[in-house]
Design a protein around this ligand. Structure first.
Ligand SMILES: [Zn+2]
Ligand SMILES: [Zn+2]
Length: 141
């Protein structure tokens, strides 16, 4: 999982670290792990699949942060047969779209509901949603 932390993700972790709401390191660690899992659920991931040469289904591995990372790993495994990489769309975004209570600060366009930071910059304002599957053409607060 070769990821580059995004500023918005870092901010959410820093908010916990600086909150002063925790009685010790263990409750803070639990809150951090839950928050980071939530943050990562809003990303898209890749699965590396494998079939043996005779067509028999092999083992699938995940998550990888990119198609490139998945396929590079296939190269390192060096098994006979056929590898492919399959994209996993964000479960966080899916679930956010199913609830009417959208996250504060996230896009209010029907069918979007994604974070402001996944919207592509259009000059100084945020334009269409960067998630391939999303119909949103302009970010709305
Ligand atoms: Zn969207
Ligand atoms: Zn949007």
């Amino acid at each position: 999982m070769l990821i580059t932390p995004r500023a918005e993700e870092v901010n959410q972790v820093v908010a916990i670290l600086e909150s002063g709401e925790f009685s010790g390191p263990e409750p803070m660690a639990k809150a951090l792990i839950k928050q980071i899992a939530d943050i990562l659920s809003y990303r898209e991931w890749w699965v590396l699949t494998h079939r043996f040469g005779n067509g028999q289904v092999g083992v699938n591995w995940a998550p990888f942060a990119s198609q490139n990372e998945a396929l590079k790993t296939a190269h390192r495994i060096a098994l006979n047969g056929k590898f492919s990489a399959i994209k996993l769309h964000s479960s966080g975004a899916l679930l956010a779209n199913l609830t009417s209570s959208r996250r504060k600060g996230w896009c209010q366009v029907d069918g979007c509901g994604h974070a402001d930071w996944v919207h592509l910059m259009n000059g100084t304002t945020r334009g269409k949603c960067g998630l391939e599957s999303c119909p949103c053409t302009a970010y709305q607060k």
